[in-house]
Design a protein around this ligand. Structure first.
Ligand SMILES: [Zn+2]
Ligand SMILES: [Zn+2]
Length: 164
């Protein structure tokens, strides 16, 4: 979605609301497409006393395998969209400002960037997830296995090093 910003830059108090669905299924995380469902993007661009702000929300349904037990789970995330729009960046201004030299904003591109930056770097089905047994591969959230004492992950890393 392209937003034409000329009117909002020229009119104090003017609000341009937006509310639409965006396809971000092309985003890949570790070879997986976690955002299969359309992202609900809503918010507004508003001129308040000459400052043009974009505020809003991207509602993402994220579906991916748990990093520990590999069970596929879906979670809903609401990522805030917050940018101050400027026609030209002055020196000293930073990332909080978004330059829109042609007074046209490609909102899809902006939302895609914001969502990409906000995605979880670690994804767990549950903070308490026990993961898989390192010996037999059993999902320990479902049942205890018959293996002996679980291998301490730090010790396992050391064994890997010795193997090499
Ligand atoms: Zn898990
Ligand atoms: Zn086991």
């Amino acid at each position: 979605m392209i937003i034409e910003l000329e009117s909002v830059f020229n009119t104090e108090g003017l609000k341009l609301p937006f509310d639409y669905e965006l396809d971000l299924s092309a985003i890949q995380v570790s070879g997986y497409s976690p955002i299969a469902q359309p992202v609900r993007v809503s918010g507004k661009v508003e001129n308040k006393a000459g400052i043009v702000n974009l505020t809003g929300n991207a509602q993402v349904i994220y579906t991916a395998p748990c990093d520990r037990c590999a069970t596929e789970v879906s979670k809903e995330y609401n990522f805030p969209l917050e940018h101050t729009l400027v026609v030209a960046l002055e020196s000293g201004e930073n990332d909080a400002f978004l330059e829109v030299p042609n007074l046209r904003l490609d909102l899809d591109e902006l939302v895609e960037e914001d969502v990409n930056l906000a995605l979880p770097s670690k994804y767990l089905c549950n903070e308490e997830c026990k993961g898989l047994c390192m010996s037999c591969g059993k999902n320990l959230n479902e049942d205890q296995c018959n293996c002996k004492a679980p291998v301490d992950p730090r010790f396992a890393a050391l064994l890997d090093l010795l193997d090499e």
